[in-house]
Design a binder for this molecule. Structure first.
Ligand code: SF4
Length: 404
């Protein structure tokens, strides 16, 4: 490419854009979440040495400081920024004004691309209003109580306030983020923290009343909040399989990620969805060096594939990492019986027994954390309505707030 670049310069091109990757090596051209910033910058840096026209690079340049460092350190002359501009069309203006904390963070999840590839309109996980950032003022101003400061609740509270409603947000715990806090724990998922930080900051900037460590009771709903529209965004709780809890030590993936419980050394994870695989990645030794104290992890999944809800790049990167770390993966495998010491599963008509495990971790999905009510003023959004993705939760919160 150095040779090609020189030839291009001779023919009079204005600048060289250095990208990389292809569609066969998934996640190389459109890097997966968790990829280091600017993965092609080593190539643009080298090509820059051999031509006298400007050179640009692209990929995971999702914060202004990354672009500034790349240019200051001679890696590139120009930074191409794709997805972060989709996530926040004011990215560059906010950067120029020094309002970097106000930039809506692109987490690199790739759902924008996944949508387009399947013929859907462009969309974004973190930005539910890709086509227009306009928030219309409400004709009738209401009082709105939002219960739960997860992503759905935070989005509702922000948009409702922007529309002119009077908003109070109550959160049972002392922290923003709900289940997103746990989703940010596994390896390569830390960018999710930026979403929590961004959403919480918006609430503060709008002057929204937030009550932490506040569990809303029926008495409060009938009293202080009797004339409020009530938005429940109370999330979901991890499922367990009660008959399998006879095993000597069981816990949920959430218990592990929250640091509430500590698994042993020989671990079986039930469920090869995103949560199961990310928990395996989190617990597995960083290198598979056969050190005797290394954790030994088996993921048992009853379908034929891992992480069905994940985009291609993220799925590919995580699967390769699990294999590199020596995590055992059993697909098409159904756990049929568990007693105190043995986990039995069936695969291809054969029965297998795991007799030396010390911990069984449930990663078998979530159930909505919903209370039954017939009151018309009560609305349910996010996981407490229907368990879904971060994109589903934020989109549901935004849509409801637009309709209030
Ligand atoms: S969908 Fe994900 S990768 Fe695409 S712009 Fe939004 S946050 Fe970034």
């Amino acid at each position: 490419m150095i040779y090609v670049s020189k030839q291009l310069e001779k023919t009079g091109v204005d600048f060289i854009h250095v990208s990389g990757g292809n569609t066969i090596k998934r996640g190389s051209s459109m890097p997966a979440p968790g990829t280091s910033p600017a993965p092609h910058a080593h190539a643009s840096e080298e090509i820059r040495k051999h031509v006298n026209i400007p050179v640009s690079t692209v990929a995971r340049i999702n914060e202004p400081w990354v672009a500034e460092e790349l240019i200051a350190n001679g890696k590139t002359d120009i930074c191409m920024i794709g997805r972060p501009n989709l996530c926040d069309s004011e990215f560059v203006n906010k950067a120029a004004e020094g309002k970097t904390d106000d930039i809506r963070p692109c987490i690199g999840c790739g759902r924008c691309l996944t949508g387009i590839m399947f013929g859907n309109p462009i969309s974004c996980t973190v930005n539910p209003s890709v086509e227009s950032d306009e928030i219309k003022e409400a004709d009738e101003k209401k009082k709105v109580l939002v219960i739960g400061a997860g992503p759905a609740g935070m989005e509702t509270a922000y948009v409702a306030k922007k529309r002119g409603h009077e908003v109070i947000l109550c959160e049972k715990s002392g922290e923003f983020g709900g289940l997103l806090r746990l989703a940010a724990v596994p390896i390569a998922k830390q960018e999710l923290c930026k979403v929590i930080k961004f959403m919480a900051r918006r609430l503060r900037n709008e002057g929204i009343e937030v009550r932490m460590n506040c569990e809303v009771t029926p008495e409060m709903l009938a009293g202080e909040f009797k004339d409020y529209e009530v938005v429940c965004s109370t999330g979901a709780v991890p499922k367990e399989i009660p008959p399998f809890k006879v095993f000597k030590q069981t816990m949920t993936a959430d218990d592990v990620l929250a640091g509430r419980k500590y698994p042993g050394r020989k671990i079986v994870i039930l469920g090869g969805g995103s949560v199961g695989c990310e928990t395996a990645d989190y617990l597995a030794p960083l290198i598979d060096d056969m050190f005797p104290a290394n954790r030994d992890i088996t993921v048992i999944e009853m379908t034929a594939s891992l992480m069905p809800g994940e985009g291609g790049a993220a799925k590919s990167q995580l699967t390769m990492r699990l294999k590199r770390k020596g995590v055992k993966i059993e697909l098409n495998s159904q756990v049929t019986k568990v007693d105190e010491t043995t986990i039995t599963y069936e695969k291809d008509g054969q029965e297998y027994h795991i007799t030396d495990a010390d911990t069984l971790i449930f990663a078998v999905g979530y159930a909505p954390n919903k209370v039954e009510t017939t009151e018309e003023r009560v609305h349910f959004i996010g996981d407490c309505d229907k368990v879904g993705t971060l994109k589903d939760a934020i989109a549901a919160g935004h849509k409801l707030a637009e309709e209030l």
